[in-house]
Design a binder for this molecule. Structure first.
Ligand code: SDX
Length: 390
């Protein structure tokens, strides 16, 4: 009612924070992890090497990376009792809910270390989460399709171990497909961090209360599950399938979006920061064609996605609002071709984002200057008044 705005009160974006981890230029479509352009990371690095870079600030030496990889392999096993946790949940529970609850449950096996600020305990929590989150994700997948859980195979790479846990079974020898392994490695790298997005800000905010890393990550997983954030990759596939099944065609769907029909959005388009093409979307689109060709898969949903992109990029409604494909637009087509069910797509995003969440939680605990703490508020409610006499 005051007619004043936040700026009149001298408010700046008080929830903003400093960080040295990732740089984004939304106007130019630039993304750099610790200064390295995402295009070069995707071309030359691996998921674990990039995780090290984000967490420790520099690329690891060969021996540091080998030791990091070895430690993670040796921590993939879950406590046998924890496996019963998955049995208590309904088979159709959304894997993001299972994963968030699973991380909280995981923390109950390490109660002595949880509040410790000892660097060695922080290292152990880091290794345990990186090693065990993919295993729990695979168990959520197996539970949803009624298949037996496999034990991790530590002779395999991080990505192949995860793929075997999802697509291996007790009756056959699992044979990795190099095209799928490389594509998943690349996709996970593209998701590893993205500055102060909603889920990372959630991890930082929860962690700013001195809550432990497991509690902070569990909260981050829930934030990521929202369809406007990580849940968008699942929502894109649902949208593409609806367009296919409606028989109305892509142009008609675009008209419905422009008419702002209730609940009709161009999922996988638009971004809080990128007002240009998301550099990750370009790289994912390239992978989509490579993976489907390597797998000999022809998916009309990819054709629909490309037609949708073509129409939107030429349409003033989207251009005037600077709406471009984001990282979620093409990822689902690839995950589907790999054999993942749609409800696992955002779980794959969470596995990718975990190193970024850990890096931000650690940065904030090492440098209180970067703590979000408690965002300020501009009060716009009723002025002071007396309670009615009775
Ligand atoms: C991720 O922050 C991150 O970095 C996130 C992320 C990461 O790596 O962590 O990059 C991952 O979350 C990517 C975003 C995934 N979400 C989606 O794809 C869902 C669809 N997108 C939108 O919901 C939306 O674009 C947001 C929420 C992502 C961004 O919204 P903005 O930039 O705040 O834009 P807005 O909501 O203020 O809308 C501006 C205009 C509005 O139209 P007008 O009221 O001006 O007429 O653009 C329209 C909106 O209606 N608009 C869309 C649209 N997104 C915005 N119209 C149709 N389809 C869309 N997708």
């Amino acid at each position: 009612q005051t007619g004043l705005t936040a700026l009149d009160y001298g408010f700046v974006n008080t929830a903003s924070t400093k960080s040295a981890i990732t740089y984004i230029d939304g106007a130019q479509g630039i993304l750099r992890y610790r200064g390295y352009p995402i295009e070069q990371i995707a071309e030359h690095s691996t998921f674990l090497e990039t995780a090290w870079l984000l967490i420790y600030g520099e690329l690891p030496s060969a021996s540091e990376l080998a030791d990091f990889d070895d430690k993670i392999r040796r921590h993939t096993l879950l406590h046998e009792d924890l496996k019963k946790f998955f049995g208590a949940l309904p088979h159709d529970a959304h894997p993001m809910s299972v994963l968030s609850a699973g991380v909280s449950a995981l923390s109950t096996y390490y109660q002595g270390d949880l509040t410790s600020k000892d660097p060695e305990d922080i290292e152990l929590a880091t290794i345990r989460l990186l090693a065990k989150l993919p295993v729990m994700a695979a168990y959520a997948h197996k539970k949803s399709i009624g298949q037996a859980f496999l034990y991790p195979d530590n002779s395999l790479s991080f990505v192949d171990n995860f793929l075997k846990l999802n697509f291996g079974n007790m009756a056959e020898q699992y044979v990795p497909n190099p095209a799928v392994s490389r594509a998943l490695e690349r996709l996970l790298m593209l998701h590893e961090d993205h500055e102060q997005n909603a889920s990372t800000s959630t991890v930082r905010l929860v962690g700013s209360t001195d809550a432990n890393l497991f509690a902070s990550v569990s909260a981050g997983i829930q934030a990521l599950s929202g369809p406007l954030h990580g849940g968008a990759n699942e929502a894109v596939l649902t949208m593409l399938a609806e367009i296919r099944d409606s028989g109305e065609g892509v142009a008609r769907y675009v008209e419905r979006v422009k008419n702002k029909e209730a609940g009709v959005k161009l999922m996988g388009f638009g971004h809080r920061v990128y007002k240009n093409y998301d550099p990750r979307a370009k790289l994912v689109k390239e992978s989509a064609h490579e993976v489907l060709a390597a797998l000999g898969v022809k998916d009309e949903l990819l054709d629909i996605a490309m037609e949708l992109e073509q129409i939107a990029l030429e349409d003033d409604y989207f251009k005037s609002r600077r709406l471009y494909p984001n990282v979620d637009f093409y990822t689902g087509v690839i995950y589907k071709a790999m054999g993942f069910p749609t409800h696992m797509f955002t779980v794959l995003f969470a596995i990718g984002r975990l190193p970024g969440w850990i890096a931000h939680w650690r940065e904030m605990n090492q440098d209180p200057q970067t703590k979000i703490g408690r965002p300020q508020q501009l009060y716009t409610g009723a002025p002071a008044r007396d309670f009615p006499q009775r």
